[in-house]
Ligand binder design. Structure first.
Ligand SMILES: Nc1ncnc2c1ncn2[C@@H]1O[C@H](COP(=O)(O)OP(=O)(O)OP(=O)(O)O)[C@@H](O)[C@H]1O
Ligand SMILES: CCCC(=O)O
Length: 363
């Protein structure tokens, strides 16, 4: 039996889990308030704070680091790499500490796993980080040579849910075409063509539908004019795109359950905005259907918003039900996906990928 510690740092939470082989034996989601995180100017400064959270979790269950066969962290913004389980190495950790490819809470997953691994001699892995890149060359063309479309999305959950959907369809993931729609705080819509995500919106970069807290794609010239108006700082505008956009900007909350409450109380603006989010998601599903030339075995809905059968799931069925059958896997299970990625390596089913080698190949 292999015991695995799973560390999934989110922007407002740290999700932890312990697996013994395929079985989850403990889990905890620790929510961090804005006040708690406010003193940390850079993401990496949260290191000690997050490690304390992990150590308290282990102590409460009577575990020590030495009781684990592997530590697996959610991988963050490293260089674009193929899907898989990666051994965490020094190059990866240095890039994440530096925030070389951007800051995202999941950067901390690999850094923490690596430090524990060094101290206690336990292997550390990441699985399907947000930068998994299987995009077709044609999908990377933006419209101007100064810009390139990038693959940054909920790769971990999209891949795990896509495998589950394929299996529920009685097929291998490598034999189906799926459109996977992860709808959480951020939203990503991926065209999975026979096991590869050949096109997807960049969920972190103003590309895609608006979301509970992101603006998605905005009218370009209006945005440029706003940037040069002299009325706003760079930081202000960036926050309107990520963090204070979408439902937050229109309705003052990123909580879809509160928006549902507003609608049930007759709030017409809330209904319009919430439906507009579904409408934009539907249009992106249409784009991905075109990328797959209409050969779509299923549209797969996941993430927190997929719990909302009354509005989001119902509206999406109305808008895109004509494309393919719709399968719904609310929430998703990133912790299990991380543990299974590490377990495949421990069991020898899969060889762990080497980040430094992948970097060399791409140079
Ligand atoms: N039972 C539910 N019914 C409706 N909406 C829900 C439900 N549970 C969560 N949500 C909504 O889903 C959204 C958050 O989804 P999720 O928890 O997947 O996001 P996250 O993990 O914070 O971000 P991300 O998925 O982008 O990494 C919120 O708007 C939340 O209100
Ligand atoms: C890029 C995927 C993760 C997020 O939306 O935060």
């Amino acid at each position: 039996m292999y015991r695995i510690l799973v560390i999934n740092p989110g922007s407002t939470s740290t999700k932890l889990a312990i697996f013994e082989d395929e079985t989850q034996v403990a889990s905890k989601t620790l929510r961090h308030t804005a006040e708690e995180l406010a003193p940390f100017k850079k993401l990496i400064e949260q290191y000690e704070f997050r490690v304390n959270v992990i150590e308290n979790f282990l102590k409460s269950l009577g575990f020590k680091y030495e009781d684990f066969d592997a530590i697996v962290g959610r991988g963050g913004l490293v260089r674009p790499i193929p899907s898989g389980t990666y051994k965490v190495d020094e190059l990866m950790v240095n890039e994440l500490k530096e925030g070389k490819y951007g800051e995202h809470a999941s950067n901390l997953g690999a850094v923490i796993a690596y430090e524990i691994s060094k101290k206690h001699g336990i292997p550390a892995f990441i699985v399907d980080p947000v930068v998994v890149d299987e995009m077709d060359e044609i999908a990377k063309v933006s419209g101007h040579p100064l810009f390139k479309r990038k693959s940054i999305f909920h790769a971990l959950n999209q891949k795990a849910v896509a495998r589950k959907a394929a299996s529920d369809l009685g097929k291998n993931y490598e034999d189906v075409n799926l459109i996977v729609v992860h709808m959480g705080g951020g939203i990503s819509i991926g065209a999975h063509k026979r096991g590869k995500v050949v096109d997807v919106n960049n969920a972190l970069d103003g590309d895609g539908p608006f979301t509970p807290e992101r603006s998605g794609t905005l009218p370009l010239t209006q945005l440029v004019d706003l940037c040069y108006s002299g009325d706003y700082t760079l930081d202000f505008i960036k926050k309107r795109i990520k963090g204070k956009g979408g439902l937050v900007a229109y309705l003052g909350t990123n909580d879809a359950m509160k928006v549902q409450q507003m609608i049930s109380e007759g709030n017409k603006k809330a209904e319009l905005i919430y439906r507009a989010m579904a409408y934009q998601i539907a249009k992106w599903i249409g784009k991905m259907a075109a990328a797959l030339r209409g050969e779509v075995d299923a549209i797969v809905l996941t993430g927190g918003l997929a719990y909302d059968k009354e509005y989001i799931v119902k509206w999406l069925k109305e808008y895109v039900g004509f494309i393919a059958q719709i399968l719904v896997y609310p929430g998703g299970d990133e912790e299990k996906a991380l543990a299974m990625g590490a377990l495949r390596v421990l069991n020898g089913v899969e060889k762990p990928k080497d980040y430094s080698e992948e970097v060399q190949k791409s140079v």
